[in-house]
Design a protein around this ligand. Structure first.
Ligand code: SF4
Length: 371
């Protein structure tokens, strides 16, 4: 009997406007046949069910912008999932959303389908930063969408923010955090802007038009920790803060290395130490599914070293830290030095980053891996 998959990721690749910093697989809906797309997602699920036992504890719709789908399509998708899978163990049903893509009626539909969590891409609360990011919403539109989600009774709402954006000074970032705290979301994610491959932002960065600044990164990162923890949010992962009982269950499972199945174009899946990726082309994805073929284009078996690197990189970022068993005995002196330098806390068999260490997560993870 195969191990069951308890976590589903569903990729909806549509965005009304493409942001210049974004490296995810996404595109405008254009002339995509959305009825066929939704049917393809449901059909892909049934193809996997032939050899996998799927009983989700969490379902996460990411993208792209899942709420770019109309109410009709969301209704078909969410009803279809309920018909095709056993949701008796479901603890979290989460969708990513963008301002302007959720009105009161869509929010009610999500609520009525049992959506427990919505993650709203606010990114910034000031016009100049939103403009630089190429976002298609104004600050008050993000607030309106947040209110709509609240009014519909969505049990847990996350606000996504970005920091260390060129020209975003510390005062602006602080004001954005204060505005966020005033709204009292259940969860806040704060992501450091990075210049990703194949993005317009990377090209502009290379041309010297957009800067990167390590000091600005650190100032913004620690300001977020200080303001959000003082406001009652637990800093439970480097980029994530939650009110009690509002941690993301899906993301925690991913960080712990649970099996997950990804549906939709470009989606990754990991089962035991096997990883595969779906084709990153919506038209080809729909065609392959219509031919009864799984749309997988890359498969790899993770080596022990790759697996360990991922575990260390992801677990070290969490408040629980990682087990000392992950660290090779040959690195005991490195561990000692990191403790002496107050970058890690090594207690009860766990290794956790200190406040100072949190600003150097990637470097510390590298130091704790054998060559
Ligand atoms: S809305 Fe989100 S997924 Fe879409 S382009 Fe912008 S950042 Fe990327």
């Amino acid at each position: 009997m195969p191990e069951s998959v308890e976590h589903l990721y569903i990729h909806i690749p549509f965005c009304h406007r493409v942001c210049p910093y974004c490296s995810f697989y996404k595109h405008t809906p254009g002339n995509t046949d959305l009825v066929s797309f939704v049917q393809a997602l449901l059909h892909e699920l049934t193809l996997h069910q032939r050899h996998l036992s799927i009983k989700p504890k969490t379902i996460f719709f990411g993208g792209g912008t899942p709420t770019a789908l109309s109410e009709t399509h969301l209704n078909t998708l969410l009803s279809g999932l309920r018909e095709l899978t056993d949701l008796s163990q479901l603890q979290e049903l989460c969708l990513e959303a963008n301002p302007k893509t959720v009105n009161a009626s869509k929010a009610r539909l999500l609520h009525d389908h049992g959506v427990t969590r919505v993650s709203l891409g606010v990114q910034a609360w000031d016009e100049p930063t939103l403009k630089l990011l190429g976002r298609d919403h104004a600050p008050d539109e993000a607030e309106e969408t947040y209110d709509v989600l609240r009014d519909a009774g969505i049990p847990s709402v996350n606000l996504d923010l970005m920091f260390s954006i060129p020209k975003q000074n510390l005062a602006v970032w602080k004001e954005g955090l204060e505005k966020t705290i005033a709204l009292q979301p259940d969860h806040v994610s704060c992501y450091n802007l990075t210049y990703e491959e194949d993005t317009e932002f990377l090209a502009q960065h290379r041309q010297g038009k957009l800067d990167a600044d390590g000091d600005r990164d650190a100032d913004h990162f620690y300001t977020a920790i200080d303001l959000l923890t003082a406001a009652g949010y637990e800093h439970y992962e480097i980029s994530n803060y939650a009110k009690p009982a509002h941690r993301s269950i899906h993301n925690q499972a991913y960080w712990r290395g649970a099996n997950y199945l990804g549906l939709g174009p470009s989606a990754y899946s990991t089962y035991q130490k096997s990883r595969w990726k779906n084709i990153a082309d919506t038209t080809d994805y729909i065609r392959l599914i219509s031919e009864q073929r799984v749309p997988i284009v890359e498969t790899e078996d993770l080596t022990e070293k790759q697996w360990l690197m991922e575990r260390v990189a992801l677990e070290l970022r969490t408040a629980e830290g990682m087990s000392e068993k992950r660290v090779d005995a040959s690195l005991s002196d490195t561990l000692k030095t990191l403790v002496e330098e107050k970058l890690i806390d090594h207690r009860d068999g766990q290794i956790r980053l200190t406040r100072t260490g949190k600003g150097l997560t990637d470097r510390i993870a590298e130091m704790l891996l054998p060559d």
